[in-house]
Design a protein around this ligand. Sequence first.
Ligand SMILES: [Fe+2]
Ligand SMILES: [Fe+2]
Ligand SMILES: [Fe+2]
Ligand SMILES: [Fe+2]
Length: 400
Amino acid sequence: MTFNPLQERGIPLDRQLRNWRELNVMPIDPDHSDPYTRCRIITMNGIETEAVFFSHHMARHCPDMAVKHQLAEVRYIEAQQQKAVNWLLPGLASVLETTLAYEQVAVDLTAWVARMEPDPYLKQAYQFGVLEDFDHLYRYANLFEMIEHRKAERIVDGLTEVMPGRPTYLHHRHPIDNVREPYDRSTVEPISKMHALTIMAAEQQTMNFYMNVGPTYMEPIARQLYQEIGMIEEEHVTHYESLVDPGETWWEMLLNHEYNECYLYHSFMETESDPKVKAIWELHLNMELEHLRLAAELFKRHDGREPEEVLAPHLPAPVTFEPNKAYLRELLATQIDYTTIGTGYVQDMHERFEKLQAAVHNGEKPPSELVIDENRAKSGREYRHQMEGDHPVASLRQIR
Ligand SMILES: [Fe+2]
Ligand SMILES: [Fe+2]
Ligand SMILES: [Fe+2]
Ligand SMILES: [Fe+2]
C-alpha cells in the first residue's frame, strides 16, 4: 500500500499542544524491551533535535514576521515531540548503556541506509562511516565491562556484533578530508536526500551527547575516551552534512525536513514492536502531516514551485532496524584500511593524514587503545561479542 504524506490529513496545529500530564510519557523497561525500540527512540530524538535546530537557523535568517511566527509555533511542537520521545528512555539506564545504544543506532541504521542507497558515491560515504562507529561500539563495550562490570551483549542483544572495526585512532583525519562532494538536488533520488538528512541528524546528536556527558565521569579513561570519540563524531557530522546539496533553498530544506519526519514516523509505526511506543509514533506522524502541509504552503508561496517537484510521489520502503552482521563483515573484509583524501577515498596513508595523526597522538597511545589495554589487564582479555565466527580480518583476530 502506498502512502503519500502530501495527500493525508493530520492534526490541526492548534490541537497539537500537550499539557504536562500528556508529555509525561511512561519510559520503556530497560531490561525487557526490544533493543531496536531503544534505537528507534534515539533516532527520533536526533530527528526532532534537528527539526528544532534547523527551525532556529531558518528563523535567524528570516526577516518576514509572519513566517517567523509560523516557524515558532511549529518549533514549539517539535520541541514537545523531542521531549516526549527522549523521555521514553528510562532513568534506570546508565549513560554508558545509552552510549552503547547510540553506537548501535550508528551501526545498524547506517548499515541499512548503505544497503538501500541507490547512489554509489553516497553509498560509499555510509559504508566508510559505519566501520568507524562499529569500532566505537567495541571501545565503549570494553569501557562498560571495566567500569560497570557488565557485558555489552546485554544491551545490544544478539542483534549487533561487538569486535574491532577500523581502529578508532585512525579516524582522526585532517578536517579538509572530511568534506565530501554534495549530491545534485535536481537529479538525485528523493530517498537519497532523506538518507543524508537522517544520518546527519543521528551523528549530530551523538556528538552533542558525548560532548555533554563525557565530563560527568570520574574515571580518567572514561573522560578521555568520550573526548576522543566526541571529536570523531564531529568529523562524522562534517562528513555527512557535506553530502546535502547546499543549493537547496530554505523553503526546500524545510520541506525536506518535514517530509523526512513523516517518513521516519511512518516507518517506525510500521515496524515497532512495543504498542505504547507505537502509539507515540502514530500520534507524531499525524502531527508531522500538518507540519508538512504548512511547509508545503510556504514552499509554494515563496519558492514558487510545487512540492511534488522535489518530494517522492509516495513514501519509500520503511526504514528498518534489523541485524546487518553479514553486511558488516563483508565491509570489514574489504574496506577496513580506507581513509579519505579530499572528497575521495584511498587505502594508503598520505601526508596530510600522517601529519594530523602525528600532531594529535604526539607519539602516545590514544584513549581508544588504552581502554582495551586496561580492560585486558583487568579482565584477563578484551571484550568482544562475535556471534558469526572469527573476525574477517586476520590481523584483528583475538589472541587466545
Ligand atoms: Fe517533529
Ligand atoms: Fe560513533
Ligand atoms: Fe559516528
Ligand atoms: Fe515536524
